[in-house]
Every structure is written in structure tokens, then in C-alpha cells.
Design a protein around this ligand. Sequence first.
Ligand SMILES: [Cu+2]
Length: 358
Amino acid sequence: MSNRKQRDENIPPGDQRESRRRFLRDGALTAIAVSALAACKRSDAAPPSTAAAGHDMKAAAAAATPSPRERADAMDRLHEAAMKAFPAKTRGKGNELLAPRVVAGVKIFDLTAREIQWEVAPGQFVAAMAYNEQVPGPQIRVREGDRVRVVLKNELSESTAIHFHGLETPNDVDGVPFITQPPVKPGETHSYEFTVPNSGSHMYHSHHNSTKQVGLGMLGAFIVEPKRPRKIEQVDRDYLFILNDGLHGYTFNGKSFPATEPLIARVGEKIRIRYMNEGMMIHPMHLHGLHMTVIDKDGWPQPSPWRCDTLNVAPGERWDVIVDCSRPGTWAFHCHILPHAESDHGMFGMVTALVVQA
Ligand SMILES: [Cu+2]
């Protein structure tokens, strides 16, 4: 996907038409100005016909060339349109909590893998591979020590398998084809059953043809609540960001700005944010105005919580942070690799906001 296409696709359709009109118009004005200037140069080189004709052409060129202020206004209109569209409505929502069926004390989670169309940004539909038609897949949330069974039904046109990333499961449910199981062929169903070992923020994802399958959405959060939560974990709200940078572009929870969801809190509340990187690049997550206190790495408590405002999240990593929402305002919140977040058409991709209400 070209940057230009990415930028265009991240502008709402109505605004895209308007922005294209403006860019075409600005481009046309520039072309008119350039050809007029070229004609002037040619006429300067040739014997002058009349002084008045040369003067008229220069005046026309000056009138047709957008001024720096006009060009700035044209660019700023695009930035404003992207910002004002946030949070934009799109079809489909990922990371919805999946309620298990409970049979004989076992929590059973049914996941069906299927190829779908996913609206990653307003009007931008992309081919996706999804669990239960969600990108990210539905959130699995259990307690340390629970007995779980994940039943995978493969309705894709290729084989697949699920790996439970970060969970110290028995080897036979590790989900790696040709190491611990045969691939799950199209039309087949495969069950993974285990007692949930370590607590923390973990993930599940395809471990077969994974550059494509994970890049297209076959991933989800697997949260394990601890038997004995720490005092620092007692929060008012629990948010989760799954970062991805594959075939759908730069996304938070399967959506690109302005279709990303804002995080909402009230002044004085404590929120937890769980970052999970399912992509192929590092994403330094930067929160404006408020610091983050890092409590867990890959589900493991840090020896001593530490503070930062920019946290590097590498592929496969999970980081859990607490934010004390002490200051009201709409705080920008984005990946600080700037080409993942902003172009000359405005913000796109890995951008959202933490809204702290007074
Ligand atoms: Cu990034």
C-alpha cells in the first residue's frame, strides 16, 4: 500500500472527495502557474512582442499560484478533517469479551476462523482472516488455575493452528504445526485443553503461515486474572491495545485513526493499559500529559514499578501500565514513530486519545 493510498484511505469518504478536489485544484493551479512561467521564460528569451502581453502573463501566473498561506490552509483542512472525524464509526469491533460455555467445570471457548472483509478505517475495507469475524479476535479472560478448552473450527481456505503466546501450557497444546500437532486443515476442528498456568496479559494467535494469518487478523488477547491481585492492580478501568502493522497498515485493536477508540476516564481514576504487539515493528507508545507506571512485562510483575511517558513495545511483547488520571483534558496518545501516526494529510494509523473528564 503506498503512503498516498494509505493517507487517502484514512480520510473519511466525503472528506476524501473534498480533499482530492482541493489537491486536484491546487495541483491544477500549480500546473497553470508552472506552464505560464515557462511560457514567460520562453517569451523572455524570444524577441518581446509587446511589453503589455508579458506583463499580463506574469500577473496571471501570480494570480494562479497558491500563496504559502493558501497551501497551508489546504493542508490544515485535511489535518482538521481527520481530527474532527475522531472517533469515526466503522463496521465491526474486535476484542469483544467472549463468554465461555461451562461444561463439567471446563470453560469452553469456541473460535471459528473465517475470511472476511474488515473496515479498518472509514470506507476502507480490507481482506481479513478473523476469529469469530472480529479483528482482533474475541478477548478470552479467565482466572489462574481455570480449566479451559479452546475449540478451533477452521473455515479458512488454508490450514491453521493456535498458539497461546506467553502461557506456560503443556507442550502438546503449544500449537505449532509439525512440532506439536498436525496443521488444522480447512473444514477441520481442533481442541486445545489445559489448566491455565501463569497469570497476566497474554495473547493467542495463528502459528501457521503466520506472517499472512497474523498480519490479516488471526490474533487476540488471552487475559489471565491472578488468584491474588496486587494492590497496584486495583484500578477503575482496564484498557487494552493490540498493536499491528501488517497487511492492514498501522492499527490499534484492528482500526486505524480516526476509527480508533478513545480511552475515557474521570479525574482521579486509575486505569490499566495492556499493550500487546502482534506486529513486526517496534512501537514506542507515547502518552501526552500523564506518565505511565510500568507494572508487568509479558505478564510478569516488575521487581519495582517504574515510570515513563514513552514505552517501547517490541513484537511479541506485552507491557502493563497504570495511569493515574490526575489531569483533565484530551491527551493525545500515539506511536512515536511518526510515519506510523501522521502524514501531510493529517493523523492516521496508531493514534488515539486519553480523555480525562473533569
Ligand atoms: Cu509505530
